[in-house]
Every structure is written in structure tokens, then in C-alpha cells.
Design a protein around this ligand. Structure first.
Ligand code: GLN
Length: 305
């Protein structure tokens, strides 16, 4: 299929969205951008169209990486024992559900409470800070040594992240989160502020789609069980409260970030990275999801078909 045509057909959907403004540094991003990279596992190559090399903040897509890293470090049993894999029915930064229903674990690793808890599990190792370890792991999973922290976005999140702060202190007060809250939040805001490209996300998606093995090197990056777990949670909660909607419309495990990124893993077929910063009401890339829907239809990617 022609990726340029696919981009053209979805371009006008940018008008339906707005760039994220609750993190001030993200409000400055030019909305009229759309890019897609496709890693074809059969051909073992990447193709793309549009803004494939533009860097943007990974934001919530980093939650997939932290989850995988926590599983690699602590084992599946420990991680799965600390967080549920349920949908929330609330916005991703909600504190309400935990308070009302007296949850003892965050509902899943992709709501902010669950993600912050996952980050708190990463400990300093070999004199490497948790963030240094996460950055190195992200570079490996995305096959890109140029991924760096955007200091402006990080400081913007640090300054305005009071909801995340309250969530983290709530978890600490309930003895769900152990350790130092400010240090955990710094790591969390830094992981969200790593700058990636569509090509990076296509690589990440391809490794997940390929059972945890990097198709570009043949090297196993994460266990098969970790890759399967991540894809399942992406399918059920990767697109916030709209995950069910897109499970029906698109049918491919996908995770979004408020930087406008989308990563998809079509099992054994493709890794997909998409970028378009204008977001819909639920906080997902508006034109990006339209494009993913086209790809799913044209390439027959729906895993339920
Ligand atoms: N850093 C953002 C936050 O915690 C990430 C949110 C997102 O991408 N949904 O609010």
C-alpha cells in the first residue's frame, strides 16, 4: 500500500484535535505533522512516509518500556503481583477509583498510578540511576542511540505534575509504593520526556510483534512472556478509555502518548510507529488513529479477523 496516499487521506483529521496543553512545553509543538513508519517482519525492512524522523516526546508510550524493564529486572510474578490488568473507566491520571473502591493495587500498568508504581520498582544498579537504565533500555528496544532527554519538557512536567504527585503520595500513604516519591517522580517525568521518532516506535513495535526478539539483529530483548503481557495490556488499556472502541475498529495492540505518538505491534507481521501531535478528547492522536485504521484495513491487521 502507498503510505504517502494514506497520509494524505488522513491529513484533514488533524483539524479534529488539539496539541496537549496541560504540559506547557507540549503546547508549543506544531500540530500539522503526520508520519508513519512500518517495520515489515516478513521483509525485515522499514518503510515510511511523512514526518518519520521528527523527534517528539514519548510520554505514555514509555509506560510500555518501564513495564518490560520491571519484568526483566524483577520477574513476571513480582510485577504481575503489584498491578492489576483491568480497565479503569476513568481518565489515566485519576485518583478517584483507588479512593472510592479502596483498591490495593493500581488497576493497570498504563494508568498513571500503575506506571508510577512500575517506575518506583526500578532501583539503582551498577551505579546507574533508574533513568539511565531506562534510557539505555529504550535505546536498545528502539534501536536508536540518539534518543535523549528533552530537558525543557522534563522541567515542564516537573513543574506542573501535581496530579501525578498526589497519585504517588497516595500510593505511598497506602504503602503500595515503597521508596522516595520525589525521586520516583523525577524518573517518571524523565522517562516521559525522552525524544523518539516514528522509526524508533516502529522498531519497538516490531520487537514486540516478533515475540520479544529484535528483527534487525536476531537478539532477544525481552522474554516471550513479557512481550505477550505487554501486547495484551496494550490491547485492553493502551488507548485510555477508548481502548474498547479501537479494539473493535482497529484490532491491533497499540499504546498512545500525549506527545502524539502511537506504537502498534501486529503479531508476527508489523511494528508500526505513528506521530501526529493533535489529540482527540481521550488524549490519543487524532490523525494518527485514523491512519492506523487505514493501515489495519489495507494490510488486514485486525488480530480478531
Ligand atoms: N507525562 C504525562 C503525564 O503523566 C504522560 C501522560 C500520557 O501520555 N498520557 O501526565
Amino acid at each position: 500500500m502507498d503510505l504517502e496516499d494514506a497520509i494524505q487521506s488522513c491529513w484533514s483529521r488533524i483539524d479534529n484535535g488539539h496539541v496537549a496543553t496541560y504540559i506547557p512545553a507540549l503546547a508549543k509543538v506544531e500540530p500539522y505533522q503526520l508520519g508513519v513508519s512500518l517495520y515489515d517482519l516478513k521483509q525485515n525492512n522499514q518503510t515510511g512516509a511523512g514526518s518519520t524522523k521528527i523527534r517528539f516526546a514519548i510520554e505514555s508510550i514509555s509506560k510500555v518500556i518501564t513495564l518490560l524493564y520491571a519484568i526483566e529486572q524483577l520477574g513476571m510474578t513480582t510485577v504481575a503481583g503489584k498491578v492489576e490488568t483491568r480497565q479503569t473507566g476513568f481518565a489515566s491520571d485519576t485518583i478517584l477509583n483507588m479512593e472510592i473502591t479502596k483498591e490495593t493495587k493500581p488497576l493497570n500498568p498504563f494508568v498513571n498510578s500503575g506506571a508510577i508504581l512500575m517506575t518506583s520498582l526500578i532501583k539503582e544498579q551498577d551505579q546507574q540511576s533508574p533513568f539511565e537504565q531506562l534510557l539505555a533500555f529504550t535505546r536498545e528496544l528502539c534501536n536508536d542511540n540518539q534518543i535523549t532527554l528533552n530537558e525543557e519538557i522534563y522541567h515542564s512536567e516537573l513543574r506542573t505534575g501535581d496530579m501525578n504527585r498526589s497519585l504517588a503520595y497516595y500510593l505511598k500513604a497506602k504503602e503500595i509504593l515503597q521508596g522516595d516519591v520525589p525521586a520516583t517522580l523525577k524518573t517518571y517525568f524523565k522517562q516521559c520526556s525522552m525524544m523518539v521518532t516514528c522509526e524508533d516506535l516502529a522498531n519497538l513495535g516490531a520487537a514486540l510483534a516478533n515475540d520479544g526478539v529484535a528483527p534487525w539483529s536476531g537478539q532477544r530483548l525481552v522474554s516471550s512472556a513479557a512481550a505477550t503481557y505487554a501486547k495484551s495490556v496494550m490491547m485492553t488499556t493502551g488507548l485510555y478509555n477508548e481502548s474498547g472502541t479501537y479494539s473493535v475498529k482497529i484490532g491491533v495492540p497499540t499504546k498512545s502518548g500525549v506527545g502524539g505518538g502511537l506504537v502498534s505491534a501486529a503479531p508476527n507481521r508489523y511494528g508500526i510507529g505513528i506521530f501526529s501531535p493533535a489529540l482527540d478528547q481521550a488524549g490519543n492522536s487524532s490523525a494518527g488513529l485514523a491512519l492506523l485504521e487505514v493501515l489495519s484495513r489495507e494490510l488486514n491487521l485486525d488480530i480478531f479477523k
